[in-house]
Design a protein around this ligand. Structure first.
Ligand code: ATP
Length: 222
């Protein structure tokens, strides 16, 4: 091994979401994932029409463009458009399986979700296969830390906690991020934009400029 090279593969972070629009809490989470786990990169993966949620308000092209603007110049943050390509199933388990095939069996993958998504994990397609493909990083979210998890998700949460932070396996472990929760949601931002606001001051300037140029999230569209 050459001098200065890490003894273990650092891994790749994966962060899926509707990003409708992408906001500063999303970016803060992506940076925390990159920095707390010393990852080579974090890929933001905008979802198509999510199977388990209402359709997004902005088109896939707009959400993708905003995500790209938001990460421009951010070291280690990239946008991966695979879920927006025709024929993509939209299921995270399929995305993770494709990524696992691409990176091989040993590179740690870290899939990031907010605590609200953890609470509903049982509703995800083939949810028990997710941890065979990746590790899971969970970010605290206001209103969700104190609620009991459904029993099956709680059992997973208890049994898969990462303990050896120096030797992460390729998949199968769960780790909570330590960053403090922040009470920002795309829903509240869209409502503020529709009322003529600036998105609660929670949008990167380039994203706010894009929204204004393209007249997104106006009252008639939310
Ligand atoms: P909406 O209000 O439209 O549901 P959202 O920002 O919650 O917007 P997504 O864009 O799909 O929804 O979020 C992507 C991921 O980021 C999800 O896993 C979600 O749990 C997480 N997330 C979003 N905002 C926060 C936040 N403030 N704190 C923690 N996690 C968050």
């Amino acid at each position: 091994m050459s001098a200065g090279k890490p003894a273990r593969p650092a891994g790749i972070g994966l962060y899926g979401g509707t990003f409708d629009p992408i906001h500063t809490a999303h970016l803060r989470l992506a940076r925390a994932l990159r920095d707390e786990l010393a990852l080579d990169s974090v890929r933001l993966i905008p979802s198509g029409v999510p199977p388990h949620r209402p359709p997004p308000h902005a088109s896939a092209d707009h959400r993708l463009a905003m995500a790209r603007l938001a990460v421009a110049g951010e070291p280690g943050l990239d946008v991966d458009a695979r879920e927006l390509t025709p024929g993509a199933s939209g299921y995270t388990v399929d995305t993770l399986a494709a990524l696992r095939r691409e990176v091989g069996p040993t590179l740690p993958l870290w899939w990031l979700i907010g605590a609200d998504q953890l609470a509903g994990l049982e509703r995800w397609h083939r949810w028990q296969d997710l941890l065979t493909l990746a590790n899971l990083a969970v970010a605290a979210r206001p209103g969700f830390g104190s609620l009991p998890l459904p029993p099956a998700v709680d059992a997973l949460w208890q049994s898969r906690q990462a303990t050896d932070f120096a030797n992460f396996p390729a998949a199968g472990r769960i780790r909570a991020l330590t960053l403090s929760p922040v009470d920002v949601s795309a829903t509240a931002i869209r409502a503020d934009l529709a009322a003529g606001g600036d998105g609660l001051g929670a949008l990167p300037p380039a994203v706010l400029g894009y929204i204004r140029r393209h007249r997104l999230y106006r009252i008639e569209s939310i």
